[in-house]
Design a binder for this molecule. Structure first.
Ligand SMILES: [Zn+2]
Length: 264
């Protein structure tokens, strides 16, 4: 990875221009992990979801630093790296920086799995870590939906009638519902209930491997709300407007254009 004292940081870019100050941002973060240091890093290197050449050079440093933190302090590191992976875009990068970035993600996938299996996190943080895991595995749509679950709401379109829908848990956090967002003249249409995916699904079904992988990771948290959220993502529920059966996982996939990834 690009050493923090390399002059080449000055040739890289962040949201506000040349990135010669990026190494100091990384050093401040690793030393203090303060809110200010995180705000600075997100603002300069992942500004409103945009990535820059310095962003990719920073990722190996952040993943290395994450492993030296206590489990609870690692969450923001993984959120940042997951955010970079989700927003990856074609960027002209020197070969060594590109390789170091991809290698860091590869090692990171395993580190994050071990972290989730060895430590129990509060519900919201568990959703954020699962979001990062999906992002690191290149599953952008699932990552996006898991981020929605952390915020208790996923917005999507009915694949049949294109009405705006929102998916969220009820007060128990265990039953998920589909609400209509913009059903004209019918604000009182009641939400419909999602039948969550079973804990085991036949291996021939599509999306099965994603589900089993995510279900396994989520199970390690031993948190019923996290598990029900994941099962709802792969469940089915009728559209409150047209009553068509919605395969939640497919509805999450379909309206979101798959962005172009950073070349390997
Ligand atoms: Zn519909």
């Amino acid at each position: 990875m690009l050493p923090l004292d390399s002059h080449r940081w000055g040739e890289l870019r962040h949201a506000y221009g040349g990135a010669s100050d990026a190494p100091d941002m990384i050093r401040r973060l690793v030393q203090a992990s303060s809110d200010e240091a995180w705000d600075e890093l997100f603002g300069y290197l992942l500004h409103q979801g945009d990535t820059y050449t310095a962003t990719y050079a920073a990722v190996p440093h952040l993943l290395q630093a994450a492993r030296e933190q206590s489990a609870g302090k690692q969450v923001l590191y993984w959120s940042f790296v997951g955010g970079v992976a989700v927003h990856e875009a074609p960027t002209e990068l020197a070969a060594d920086i590109r390789t170091a970035y991809h290698q860091a993600l590869e090692v990171g996938r395993e580190s994050l799995r071990q972290l989730l299996e060895s430590h129990r996190f509060p519900t919201i943080e568990a959703f954020y870590l699962l979001e990062a895991a999906a992002a690191l595995h290149g599953r952008r749509e699932i990552a996006w939906a898991l981020g929605g679950l952390a915020n208790e709401e996923i917005e999507l379109e009915c694949p049949s009638c294109a009405v705006g829908l929102s998916i969220g848990p009820d007060r128990t956090g265990l039953r998920y519902r589909v609400r209509g967002l913009d059903i004209a003249g019918a604000p009182s249409v009641p939400p419909t209930r999602i039948e969550v995916a079973p804990t085991h699904i036949a291996p021939t079904k599509s999306a099965c491997s994603d589900y089993r992988w995510l279900f396994g990771l989520a199970s390690s948290q031993g948190d019923a709300r996290v598990l029900h959220g994941v099962r709802a993502l792969f469940g089915k529920g009728p559209c409150p407007h047209c009553n068509a059966a919605i395969d939640i996982n497919k509805a999450i996939d379909e309206p979101r254009t798959r962005g172009t990834r950073l070349e390997r």
